[in-house]
Design a protein around this ligand. Structure first.
Ligand SMILES: NC(=O)c1ccc[n+]([C@@H]2O[C@H](COP(=O)([O-])OP(=O)(O)OC[C@H]3O[C@@H](n4cnc5c(N)ncnc54)[C@H](O)[C@@H]3O)[C@@H](O)[C@H]2O)c1
Length: 250
């Protein structure tokens, strides 16, 4: 018995890192997890692992930057399963690191925003009508400590995440009486494939800012996500939960 028994949870960006850990944890707690990722093979692999561990899951290909595709995807999930209890959005890209603002191009900004920010908006927009009808829903977007504090040399990423945090606060107030909560999560640097190409200098800077003096684990972030995506998160909305090893205490 788990606190997601009978629920259907979509995890966008579920094919790797934090999204894969959240998919696995939510499935272990009884949820049927729709693992959605732009890399279909990775979504399938996470879903297969969940099923081999006795959990319930399907894999779907999804590009969160595609507004029409996102709406079709969520409607098809609702048609297939008859419910949509929670959405976890862990899809994201890091964009340029260790790059001064003068070297950032319009294409850099557009690419990062289209996935990290617009993806969050399209998912939320498409989920709300379904959740409003059900008078229940949980939406969790993975932001970043970078969006709270600003990491130098990665301005497109920082602006996408600070905008995401603000977006969540605004929508939370719009739907506060509808049984829907929407929150974000602000991890500090976490050991995932996303950091494979992050420059040594940027990584060192980020770890040096963490009082615990280490990288976080995807499983540690997944625990916070699982709470925010569960029915237990009933009186917290518009909040940005911290998973930063003490870097942020506000
Ligand atoms: N790893 C960290 O240090 C860290 C810290 C703070 C915040 N975050 C945020 O956490 C989230 C997950 O990061 P991660 O470290 O697990 O990264 P990751 O690269 O391991 O996983 C991200 C997943 O998102 C998918 N994805 C990328 N673009 C997509 C798109 N357009 N549509 C659908 N899926 C897409 C990728 O294929 C991948 O499976 C991201 O939003 C990231 O910004 C990560």
């Amino acid at each position: 018995m788990g606190n997601f028994d009978g629920q259907v949870v979509v995890v966008a960006g579920g094919g790797a890192g934090i999204g894969a850990a959240a998919s696995t944890l939510i499935a272990a707690r009884g949820g049927t997890v729709v693992v959605a990722d732009v890399v279909r093979a990775n979504a399938e692999s996470v879903s297969a692992q969940i099923k081999s561990a006795g959990g319930k899951s399907v894999a779907r290909e999804l590009n969160v930057a595609d507004q029409v595709g996102v709406a079709q995807f969520l409607n098809s999930v609702f048609q297939e399963f008859g419910r949509l209890d929670a959405i976890v959005n862990s899809a994201g890209i890091v964009g340029p690191t260790n790059t001064p603002l003068e070297k950032i191009t319009a294409a850099d900004i557009e690419k990062v925003l289209s996935i990290n920010l617009l993806g969050a908006i399209w998912l939320t927009q498409a989920a709300l009508p379904i959740m409003k009808t059900a008078k229940y829903g949980r939406i969790v977007h993975v932001a970043s400590i970078a969006g709270k504090e600003g990491n130098p040399g990665m301005t497109p990423y920082v602006l996408s995440k600070s905008a995401m945090i603000g977006f969540v606060k605004a929508v939370a107030k719009e739907v506060a009486t509808e049984g829907i909560t929407i929150n974000s999560i602000a991890p500090a640097v976490i050991k995932t494939p996303m950091n494979a190409n992050t420059s040594e200098e940027t990584l060192k800077y980020m770890i040096s800012r963490i009082p615990m003096g280490r990288l976080g684990e995807a499983d540690e972030v997944a625990e916070m996500i699982a709470f925010a995506a569960s029915s237990a998160c009933s009186f917290t909305t518009g909040f940005c939960f911290d998973t930063s090893g003490g870097r942020a205490t506000y």
